[in-house]
Design a protein around this ligand. Structure first.
Ligand code: ZN
Ligand code: ZN
Length: 186
């Protein structure tokens, strides 16, 4: 009886280790507000650029630390830096795609302060790593036929003064991250 029990325990341990490995697979999050859907990013050819349900772009990296997003059950935090992906994903998508659709709005970002500006432009330079959609399509008519028209409208209308919009939506989160990693200086 005892042998059978320890045999069972051993298999249970192996099963759990396997599950943990599986859970650590890289994923991309739908950026639609409130959507919990995540897509596996391996193999990369199978990675979708959009959420099937919402047609909003998927985000495959943590906006803050740039780490690949890992599956972590119900937790919506980045497994490396601990910042919430869920809270910022829609805003990050709106920001990156506004810059894609309306590149002239980049200028209005100069008002947000150099700490924030540098933080965003550093990440924006690697935009293709964050959004698989930006890897596939050149900006123009093509991209707009795939995305939810509401997403495009929000980029157009909400983010007219992009600098002010970023101040209202992302600056606090960026500051919180910089404080967290000890890189905040007033
Ligand atoms: Zn979705
Ligand atoms: Zn992170």
């Amino acid at each position: 009886m005892k042998t059978f029990f320890s045999y069972l325990q051993k298999w249970k341990a192996i099963y759990r280790a396997l599950m943990l490995l599986l859970e650590k697979e890289e994923i991309a999050h739908c950026t639609f507000p409130g959507c919990n859907k995540a897509y596996h990013t391996t193999p990369p050819t199978k990675m979708p650029a959009f959420c099937d349900d919402h047609k909003w772009p998927v985000l495959s990296k943590c906006f803050f630390c740039g780490d690949d997003l890992l599956h972590s059950g119900d937790a919506d935090e980045c497994s490396l830096c601990g910042m919430s992906i869920f809270n910022v994903k829609s805003d990050v998508a709106l920001l990156f795609f506004t810059l894609e659709y309306f590149p002239d709005r980049l200028k209005s970002l100069e008002s947000i302060g150099s700490i924030y500006y540098d933080f965003i432009s550093e990440r924006h330079k690697k935009k293709k790593e964050y959004f698989p959609l930006l890897r596939r399509e050149r900006i123009g008519a093509g991209i707009k036929t795939f995305v939810d028209p509401v997403f495009f409208k929000r980029c157009d209308n909400e983010c007219r003064d992009l600098g002010r919009w970023v101040e209202q939506h992302l600056n606090n989160e960026i500051k919180a991250y910089l404080i967290k990693i000890g890189k905040w200086s007033e």
